[in-house]
Each structure stands twice: as structure tokens, then as C-alpha cells.
Write a protein that binds this ligand. Structure first.
Ligand code: CDV
Length: 316
């Protein structure tokens, strides 16, 4: 018998590389394999990566029309993804799945969905912190064209009562911003799910490569602790047609401790039998928001975007 107060099986399904030549059907087969393993481990919820159905295409310069034709989904589920939904419904497992969304009126978002036990889509998140640029950088070894191919998400950071927990979603670069988690923490999030594609080289500055993994884990761990939440983060990683991305998929407890971490840069399932009550303890004590937060002193957070002049004056 479990000694956990609120046991909850969380799986993270890391994906190894998806090459340009790989078909959607082949990728969905891999997702299904990972879903089967999630079932055998006892997961209630499995997290797949950002843009999980294709290669990380924002690295390539192309027109928006070409990108839409090759990499965007017009419906979810679509004919290729339906087998994943069917099996998830049979298993009674919910999932987070990232993909490039084309809306019926032609808008483009970097999106993740949340499904319930019947594989019904109950939540949608459209990426807000879009990194990169929209112009062609001739000198770079690859591009990061999220600002060209996607609009900034227009639905905010939300939390859903689903799958027996309060679940929030964000995508990749969002995980580096404290605001992402706090907005969900203020909606009593218990689990935050996210997928990512993080190139191991930064095309904008000469960042030492080892910092990529350090900052990834630091962001997950610090924000899990400061909000009393479980964070489940799924990478797409390894070398996609020669372009390397970091692995390090992880599940982090509200203590800030890593409870599971991927070892490879291939398809790999990691799992934690989480106790959701650990988060309750943190939210009742050190991070009891209602008791200790002082929003009257946080106004700059919503009034300013970039850093500006200091407010300090000499005391009377
Ligand atoms: N897909 C991403 O959002 N990647 C960014 C890279 C560009 C730094 C990330 O934050 O991992």
C-alpha cells in the first residue's frame, strides 16, 4: 500500500531527434511507444515535448507559407495524431503535447494541449515568451525564427482542474521566467508541465555550453520550490540533422529536488510516483501566498517591461 498522502504518477516522455525526413506517422509511433511505457509505470499524466511532431523547424529560414505546409497542424487530433488519442483514451492517461498550431483563420501559434482521461482536449496554452528573431541572420550556423513563424500566445497562463490535479502549462523559454510560474501558482497550480527544444549553442552570444543545462535545471528547481509545485519538463534533444539540443528532461518536486532525470539524448521515459501533498505543505507554510505576499510592493512587475530608472531616494 502506498504511504504517499496524494499519490500521483507523472511521466515525462523525452524524445530523441526528429529529422526533416521523418514522417509524422513515424513520430506518432514513437509517442505511442512512450505512452505504453507510461501505462506500464502507472502514470496518470504524461508530458511530451514542445513541437513534438516535427523537427525543430524554426532553425531553418523559409517562408511562412512553406512552414505552414510542412510543419503546422490544422486540426488536433488530426489523421496522424488520432492513434495517440485513441490509445490514451483506452489507457485512461492524460497528456501534454506540443505542436505548431494553424487556426481556422490562419493564425500561427506554438501550442500545447492538455487532455483528460478520455483523451478529450481540456486545456490549451499558446507560448508567450517567444525567443529568437524574425530576420535572417546570415552569419549564424542556424536560425531561431520563432518570432517569424509564431504570434505571441493570446490566452495567458492558465491552470486546469483535470486528471485529479490542478495542472498548468508553459513552453520552453517560458520556463526561465519567474512570472510564468507565479501566475500559475496564484491559481493554485499543483503541477506545471512543459516541453522544450533547447539548442546547445546560443547564436546570440558566446554562452559557455555547460550553462545551458545548469540554467535549465536551475529554472525548474527554483520555481518549483518558490511556488510549491511539481514541474515536469520534457526535452526534444540530441542531433536533429546535425543540430544538437540538450536533453536533461526532469521531474522536480516542490522541495526543488529532482526526482527523475533522463540519462540519454534518445526517446526515454522518466517517471515519479509523486505525492501532491508535498506542495500543499509548502503552500501552507513558507509560500503561503495569502499570508505573506505584498502585491502593493510588486507594481513594477506589471507596469514595466524592461528595466528602467531606480525608485530609490534618500530616506527622510
Ligand atoms: N524553444 C525555445 O524556446 N528555446 C529557447 C532557446 C532559444 C534559448 C530556450 O529557452 O530553451
Amino acid at each position: 500500500m502506498s504511504t504517499l498522502k496524494r499519490p500521483y504518477g507523472i511521466a515525462v516522455a523525452q524524445l530523441g531527434p526528429i529529422h526533416l525526413a521523418d514522417s509524422r506517422a513515424a513520430v506518432v509511433k514513437r509517442l505511442i511507444e512512450l505512452l505504453r511505457e507510461s501505462k506500464s509505470r502507472g502514470a496518470k499524466f504524461v508530458v511530451f515535448p514542445e513541437l513534438a511532431l516535427t523537427t525543430f523547424f524554426p532553425r531553418y529560414w523559409m517562408t511562412e507559407e512553406e512552414a505552414v505546409e510542412r510543419f503546422f497542424e490544422r486540426s488536433m487530433p488530426g489523421p496522424e495524431t488520432k492513434p495517440l488519442f485513441d490509445l490514451a483514451a483506452e489507457f485512461g492517461i492524460g497528456f501534454y503535447l506540443g505542436y505548431a498550431e494553424l487556426t481556422p483563420d490562419g493564425r500561427r501559434f506554438n501550442t500545447a494541449i492538455l487532455t483528460d482521461e478520455k483523451a478529450k482536449i481540456v486545456g490549451r496554452y499558446r507560448k508567450i515568451h517567444l525567443p529568437g528573431h524574425s530576420h535572417h541572420i546570415e552569419t549564424a550556423p542556424f536560425q531561431h525564427l520563432e518570432k517569424k513563424f509564431f504570434e505571441v500566445g493570446n490566452e495567458g497562463f492558465k491552470v486546469w482542474d483535470a486528471l485529479g490535479a490542478r495542472i498548468g502549462m508553459c513552453i520552453c523559454n517560458d520556463r526561465r521566467w519567474a512570472e510564468t510560474y507565479r501566475v500559475m501558482g496564484l491559481q493554485s497550480a499543483e503541477i506545471v508541465a512543459l516541453g522544450y527544444n533547447t539548442p546547445s549553442w546560443n547564436i546570440h552570444w558566446n554562452e559557455p555550453p555547460h550553462l545551458r543545462m545548469f540554467h535549465h535545471l536551475l529554472s525548474l528547481q527554483g520555481n518549483a520550490y518558490q511556488n510549491g509545485i511539481w514541474v515536469a519538463a520534457a526535452a526534444k534533444c540530441g542531433k536533429e540533422d546535425g543540430f544538437h539540443m540538450i536533453g536533461g528532461s526532469a521531474i522536480v518536486a516542490p522541495t526543488g529536488e529532482i526526482t527523475a532525470q533522463a540519462q540519454s539524448e534518445e526517446d526515454e521515459l522518466i517517471f515519479t510516483s509523486a505525492d501532491l501533498s508535498i506542495g500543499e505543505t509548502f503552500r501552507e507554510h513558507v509560500f503561503n501566498f495569502a499570508k505573506h505576499r505584498r502585491p502593493e510592493h510588486y507594481k513594477l512587475i506589471v507596469e514595466r517591461t524592461g528595466a528602467g530608472a531606480p525608485l530609490g531616494t534618500a530616506p527622510d
